[in-house]
Design a binder for this molecule. Structure first.
Ligand SMILES: [Zn+2]
Ligand SMILES: [Zn+2]
Length: 253
């Protein structure tokens, strides 16, 4: 987008009065820098290298991909923009999630939109659905970071975002200290395609479709797999995952 001279002047004046700082590194931003994260931070993001596994997106060495074995059979593909934990990627996720900088989602989604997907996924993907928070958690945080990402990603892909098609039925607490097995047990049956008048509608929309689930970070995949199982049981044919950050798995370069 072309920025007019008047807009540039207004922005420079505003920067003098209220200096903007990068939400990731707290450096003062220049007037030409857009958004909430500085260009230096974006350039230092630890992007996931290519080549990577066509299905799960992990840059695994050798022929066997251990991460793929953890994905349910109805999950077609997973892509992420960068590694976490990492000094920059983690700071951006933290700013979005815990400091309420929902505006950071636009830049994050722009990086997610650059991921390379197999042609069948590009042709089939029908909608994006954000991983839901429990209503108590969303009230406390004021927003759902996955929804902010999904709402920025969907227009870039020219597909709709369905924010009412999946809900979290109970709070699952933090997964940080749990083993992969404990994480799966913790989120099992924690999601549903909502009941009532919207049930038929949500189920009808997703029947036979390829849905892309969106979240901020993919770690073991326990939460995304539980969401995917719920969508599959409700009639979706295929599910793929798009996240901003991804934790390294064993065997990654
Ligand atoms: Zn920065
Ligand atoms: Zn794989």
């Amino acid at each position: 987008m072309k920025v007019s001279a008047a807009t540039r002047y207004a922005r420079a004046t505003l920067d003098l009065l209220l200096p903007r700082v990068c939400v990731a590194c707290e450096r003062q931003m220049d007037s030409h820098e857009d958004g909430l994260v500085c260009s230096l931070c974006w350039s230092r993001l630890a992007l996931i290298p290519s080549p990577h596994c066509d299905r799960c997106g992990h840059p695994t060495e050798g022929h066997t991909c251990r991460f793929c074995a953890t994905l349910p059979p109805f999950v077609r593909c997973a892509r992420s923009a960068c590694w976490v934990p990492h000094v920059v990627g983690s700071a951006i996720v933290h700013a979005l999630k815990y400091h309420g900088w929902a505006g950071a989602a636009r830049g994050m989604a722009a990086r997610m939109a650059r991921s390379h997907w197999p042609p069948d996924v590009l042709a089939e993907r029908a909608a994006v659905i954000p991983v839901p928070l429990s209503s108590a958690r969303e009230r406390e945080r004021g927003f759902n970071q996955a929804r902010s990402l999904a709402e920025s990603l969907a227009p870039a892909w020219r597909i709709p975002v369905w924010t009412d098609a999946l809900v979290r039925t109970r709070s699952t607490g933090t997964q940080t200290r749990l083993t992969p097995g404990e994480r799966s047990a913790n989120v099992r049956d924690a999601f549903e395609v909502p009941d009532g008048s919207s049930l038929r509608c949500a189920r009808m929309r997703m029947r036979g479709r390829h849905i892309v689930l969106v979240d901020d970070v993919l770690t073991t995949g326990a939460t995304l797999n539980a969401c995917a199982a719920t969508l599959f049981a409700a009639g979706a044919r295929t599910i793929s995952y798009a996240t901003f950050g991804r934790a390294r798995a064993s065997g990654d370069r």
